[in-house]
Structures are given as structure tokens and as C-alpha cells.
Design a protein around this ligand. Structure first.
Ligand code: PML
Length: 270
């Protein structure tokens, strides 16, 4: 599902369609055919009642997936103690550097995040900070991903214990787990472009899915996703995996609750 609102008014002269609409809400998943009506209803409700505003276009696509999905585990989940965007930036730099991401790559990532307004994710090499996604305005849209029934029910239960059982957290964890399951992806940084949602995350093979509260101030629409990949990544192979290959979460990993940054680094090094 994609919900958007046109930014063109009678005075506007923009020719660029990608700049002419604002993304309001998006969601997708892999479902049994018998669940489709229920899911479409849920997606419609979400599209029509979103804190980012009223959509004037909602597109829902239902497509049969012919290839059996690859089963993967979800990443381990933790939440860091963080009080401000400045503290969040320090945490991001510490954890990403410790996951093998060089300063140049971080600079490219922060520039991408500052610009915002990209629908998909940027793909950046971890050493030299080169952009590999061919269409810079579109980025890469991770697709064909979901969670199996038993794992989904267990995930809701586990997240409820920490008071974070929301579609936003579940969908972000599923996405990050698919992204991180590719051998060439080293880490991800995500900041929501929803002005009301100020918790972001980094994901890495080393630390798992690490939630960072207060990653930005409320009111800011700046945000985005960046995937950090090995320098010699074949971008076509990677992008085809992320966009086309069906992947489903079949089991969960650990849930570590709220941690200090040094606790998470320490718990991994032990
Ligand atoms: C998004 O998809 O807009 C970003 C969601 C980030 C979720 C972070 C979390 O709360 O775990």
C-alpha cells in the first residue's frame, strides 16, 4: 500500500513527478490468500488516518508470489537509553564504526538523511562511501517480506512486554532482518520521515536491531534509510534480492530490553 498527497497546486510549475507528491504512508507484507481482504481493510484504515496528513491517492497492489519464500530469523532486539538527537548521533557513530563502517560512509549517510525526501533506501559502500543505488531519488524499496503466523504472534507477545507492540516496530524489524540477511549488507541506519515518530534504529550483523529514542526532534520531516554494504558488492544482485526475492521471518532471536550503549557493546564482545 502506498498513500500520498499531491503537492501540486495551480501555482506550482514543477515538472518532476517525484517532487510533486508527499509520501504519507506505506506498508506491505506476505500473506495467505485467505487473509487478503482483512489486510487490505487494515491498510486502508492506516492510509486514511495517518499523523502525516490526509492522503489524496491510495494505491493497493495485490500480487501472487510464485517463488516459495526463504525463511530467516528476526534480528535480536534492544532499545538504547538516549535522551537527545546529539546523544543519538554519538551512539550511531560509535555502533556503526564498531560494525566496520568508515567515516566517509557515515558522512555520505548523514548527507542523505539531511536531504530527506527519498522514498526508498540509499545503498552506500562501507569504506569509500560510494552510492550504489542507480536512481537517487527513488532509492531501493525493500519488498516481498513478511512474518509467519506463529512467529508473528510470538513477536507481538514479546514486544508487548516492552510496551512497543506496534505495526511500526514490527514492520521495521521485519525489513531490517531481511536487509541484514544478505551477505553483503553490514549495517542499516533508519530515521522515520514521520514528524511524530522520533525513535530510529541501527541494525547490524554485530548488534542486531538497536532502537534509538530521540534520534530526531519532533516536527522534523527529515529522515530516510541507508544500507551500508561491502565495498565490492554487486549492486544489481543485492537490489534484486531486496526488491524481488520473497523472505519470511520464521523464528525470533533475543529481546534485550533497555540498555546503555556500553552495555550493548559489552554484551556482544563477551
Ligand atoms: C519507518 O519505517 O518509518 C521507520 C520506523 C522506525 C521504527 C523504529 C522503532 O521504533 O523500532
Amino acid at each position: 500500500m502506498r498513500a500520498s498527497r499531491s503537492l501540486i497546486n495551480s501555482k506550482s510549475r514543477t515538472q518532476d513527478l517525484k517532487l510533486s507528491e508527499m509520501h504519507i504512508s506505506g506498508a506491505e507484507g506476505l500473506y495467505e490468500a485467505s487473509d487478503i481482504q482483512k489486510v487490505v481493510k487494515k491498510y486502508m484504515e492506516r492510509a486514511m488516518d495517518h499523523p502525516k496528513g490526509k492522503a489524496d491517492k491510495i494505491v493497493i497492489t495485490v500480487e501472487e508470489v510464485k517463488q516459495p519464500p526463504i525463511a530467516i530469523p528476526a534480528l535480536p532486539v534492544s532499545t538504547l537509553k538516549c535522551q537527545s538527537p546529539a546523544e543519538a548521533k554519538k551512539i550511531i557513530v560509535t555502533l556503526l564504526q564498531s560494525s566496520g563502517i568508515a567515516g566517509k560512509a557515515l558522512d555520505t549517510a548523514f548527507t542523505v538523511m539531511k536531504k530527506g525526501f527519498m522514498r526508498g533506501a540509499a545503498v552506500i559502500t562501507a569504506e569509500k562511501g560510494r552510492r550504489l543505488d542507480p536512481d537517487r531519488k527513488r532509492g531501493v524499496r525493500v519488498s516481498r517480506l513478511g512474518i509467519g503466523g506463529p512467529a508473528g504472534r510470538m513477536l507481538s507477545l514479546k514486544l508487548s512486554r516492552y510496551g512497543i507492540n506496534t505495526d511500526t516496530v514490527k514492520e521495521a524489524l521485519i525489513l531490517a532482518s531481511k536487509v541484514m540477511s544478505h551477505r553483503d549488507v553490514m549495517a542499516e541506519l533508519c530515521i522515520s520521515d514521520d514528524p511524530c515518530y522520533t525513535t530510529g534504529y541501527i541494525a547490524s550483523k554485530k548488534f542486531g536491531y538497536v532502537r534509538i529514542p530521540h534520534i530526531k526532534t519532533g516536527k522534523s520531516r527529515r529522515g530516510g534509510r541507508v544500507f551500508f554494504v561491502k565495498e565490492n558488492t554487486d549492486s544489481e544482485v543485492l537490489i534484486s534480492y531486496l526488491e524481488k526475492i520473497p523472505v519470511i521471518i520464521s523464528r525470533l532471536s533475543s529481546f534485550r530490553g533497555e540498555l546503555q550503549t556500553d552495555e550493548i557493546a559489552h554484551s556482544i564482545d563477551k
